[in-house]
Design a protein around this ligand. Sequence first.
Ligand code: ADP
Length: 522
Amino acid sequence: MTQKIVIGVDIGTTSTKAIAIDVKGRVLAHHAVDYPLLRPEPAAAEQDPQQIFEAVTTVIQSCAAQCRAKQADTQVLAVSFSAAMHSLIAIDGDDQPLTHSITWADNRAAPWAERIGAEWDGLAIYRRTGTPIHPMSPLAKLVWLRHEKPELFARTRRFVGIKEFVFHRLFGQWVVDHSIASATGLFNLERLDWDEGALVMAGIEADQLATPRPTTDSLRGLPASLAESLGLPADTPFVLGANDGVLSNLGVNAIQRGEVAVTIGTSGAMRCVVDRPLTDAEGRTFCYALTQDHWVVGGPVNNGGIILRWVRDEFAAAETETAKRLGIDPYEVLTRIAERVSPGAEGLLFHPFLAGERAPYWDARLRGSFFGLGMHHGKEHMIRAALEGVIFNLYSILPAVEAVAGTSRAIKATGGFARSPMWRQMMADVFNRDVIVPESFESSCLGAAVLALYALGHVESLDVVADMVGATHRHSPDPESAALYDQLKPVFLSLPHKLQDEYRTLAAFQQRVGSRALNSSQ
Ligand code: ADP
């Protein structure tokens, strides 16, 4: 019998990955290709688009070949795409890139994002486009290029993202799915087309951007040479797909009402699915498209697992040494030390804003602090407070997400933090909700593949993902711990608002002193 497969590709910031699944969601093959993030100047974070295109063709070719090696009679029903959001590439009149792909992590547009927010009615643009005003967004990057690199800006025929670049290399067409478009800050969510006001601010015309199309649309007709090198028939449908965040929600089976996906890797994010575009009156949450009747509302945080890494590197040299000698993961040693202290760290709070913060504050000038230190607090309290601070920080987004998307019931938790049973239980206790850890293997690739099955009519709805993704751990809140956390939440949540002026003064001081130190060392 013919083996029917779908290949889901995720074009990420450090690698491009692909998986091949059958129509039941079983993973039959996977492949990843890494590439560097380029930092030609301190605030820059770029990638070589040609290198990424080559990674994309390699992973597709490899997954198809692996499946055929297992069963010669294999039919590739579709190839479908996830990609990192917010990338921007300037393209000339001969369709050649004039810049690298400027990624979400690039911070050079920061002063312009601030002006858009403070002086140019950024909130109104956010409410139409669903993308928070931030240097990550292509809108802010365009304003930056327009003002600071006017020659390049004038020479540019069109501005595209990395997925558009890949589709153009494959099919010779400039198309963008509604999901990637909805994360540009230039796309009107209600009209599903480029937003006039945002285009005026960016200083470009709509024909300088790709043509927006539904995420379920597909292109066929690969050139013969490409079809041959990929090992696919030329008429294989390539589904446009969506962005990596919304597809991750699908890939961890968090698409039902009331289900919230929370990821804590190096950074973190909270997301849930609603049935129409919804934005926040205060600009705290994003809203990105998955399909025309599935939209994802949520917020990203800078300060996730990176905080535990900082604790490990700055405070726990001795513990790390011991862990290494015993062959144990240092993170495990740290979470065990934190377990010696009761929930709430005996009244010690830690605000983890070491890298400023995105949702819900969107303020790069926030700074971290321990609050409530007493003589009875030791290192173990500080470690516990840091772990709790990361969870409280994600919890801080919940009121904004619930204000937009309605009450949440359960959490689907993913990312490196979920390796720790105590950190998972802490999440259940702080959120006072059940925490379920889904079996997530390359969730954005799986999401892309499931979207393709739906787009091409092989399954009736996206709900099939529930049969494909099981659970590896479940935690219910402990009432006593939850009650303790309930007493601390208001203090944790109110401080960042009360200290706004102080954060600003201190951040400015750090910048002055930091730049003097930098200058004197040159
Ligand atoms: P990325 O987001 O870069 O893909 P991961 O999802 O692997 O990274 O998350 C990395 C983070 O996960 C680390 O910074 C650390 O905070 C956390 N982590 C990893 N292993 C453990 C562990 N055994 N216990 C607790 N936390 C862990």
